[in-house]
Write a protein that binds this ligand. Structure first.
Ligand SMILES: Nc1ncnc2c1ncn2[C@@H]1O[C@H](COP(=O)(O)OP(=O)(O)OP(=O)(O)O)[C@@H](O)[C@H]1O
Ligand SMILES: [Mg+2]
Length: 301
């Protein structure tokens, strides 16, 4: 039994695609209000795992309890209700390329609520401020940096006030400096919002930096789940190897050096201030590429 308050209870979750078993007997309890990182090498089934939580994939076996609802057993209407509890930041930010940042962020509110534009404006302004994007509302996704796209995706994931926020590799495609700033923002928002955060990543510095708890996936199994300190002190060979191996390599070293420079929280700053702070901390300058974004993308919420 867990010695913490539980948000999601996962029991013997098992999923195969054809002959390939991707997840097998995954069992753990996601702590409420904390940041849980699911760590695993590329292709271990992290995205597949997240899709099960919101009912986008059905397991072959197993249960996912959120309150008194078992996600795989729900009908369409019940599933819709449960999904309303979630905000999702997809792996690529998944913004609509033809919509400006404001409209992207407002999209779930216009789609799922009957709120007036004035209310929508209040909510969007608040979330854009939280993620440091004030001043970038009118820009298209193709005109802003990768880090800003992630922030915009995050603002959109937050507009319906989710109880649970899922992050699929928030660090993918970002340089170490922007990753460090985004990680600070994630920690900050977790404190502010009292929501349960789940972050999947294969990046050890991110796992070390943002997590309260870590679950490690390896070869379709959950090798170990526990508080971050316990994980980094683990004697389990694969946990040791994975967690220490990457931080001791040359790439991990220089990333950590970058990150300790001037990283502080960027929450509540304007887009221009965030960009300046990132540049000062050593993030590469990205040129504006108008209209470079693909026209549409996967949508969540
Ligand atoms: N819909 C699907 N049909 C068949 N196979 C799939 C499907 N979705 C995922 N897979 C397979 O499941 C495995 C796990 O994929 P998944 O995308 O969850 O990995 P991941 O851990 O998120 O990797 P990455 O770190 O690269 O994002 C892969 O081998 C993938 O090819
Ligand atoms: Mg993935």
């Amino acid at each position: 039994m867990a010695d913490y308050e539980v948000e999601i209870s996962i029991r013997e979750l098992t999923k195969s695609f054809g002959a390939q078993t991707v997840l097998e007997d995954i069992t753990f309890d996601v702590p409420k209000g904390k940041i849980t990182v699911v760590l695993g090498p590329s292709g271990t089934g992290k995205s597949v795992f997240l899709k099960h939580l919101v009912g986008l994939l059905k397991p072959d076996r197993g249960e996912i309890w959120i309150g008194d609802k078992n996600v795989p057993a729900l009908n369409e209407k019940e599933l819709y209700e449960v999904r309303r509890k979630f905000g999702v930041l997809f792996q690529d930010g998944a913004l609509f390329g033809s919509m400006n940042i404001y409209d992207n962020v407002a999209f779930p509110l216009r789609e799922h609520t009957k709120k007036k534009e004035s209310e929508i404006n209040d909510i969007c302004s608040e979330k854009l401020e939280m993620v440091g994007l004030v001043g970038a509302e009118k820009k298209l996704p193709g005109e802003i940096s990768g880090g800003m796209k992630k922030r915009a995706g995050l603002a959109r994931a937050l507009v319906l006030d989710p109880e649970i926020v899922l992050f699929d590799e928030p660090d993918s495609g970002l340089d170490p400096v922007r990753t460090a700033f985004l990680n600070e923002l994630i920690k900050d928002l977790n404190k502010q919002l009292e929501a349960t955060f789940m972050v999947v990543t294969h990046d050890i510095p991110t796992a070390k930096n943002v997590s309260d708890y870590i679950g490690m996936l390896y070869r379709r199994n959950l090798v170990k789940f526990g508080p971050v300190s316990e994980m980094f002190e683990s004697d389990i060979p694969v946990v040791r190897q994975f967690l220490s191996g990457s931080t001791e390599g040359p790439i991990g070293m220089s990333e950590e050096k970058d990150q300790t420079k001037t990283v502080k929280s960027s929450s509540g700053m304007t887009a221009a201030e965030v960009e300046e702070m990132e540049r000062e901390a050593g993030a590469p300058v990205e040129r504006e590429r108008p209209g470079a974004e693909e026209a549409s993308a996967e949508q969540g919420g």
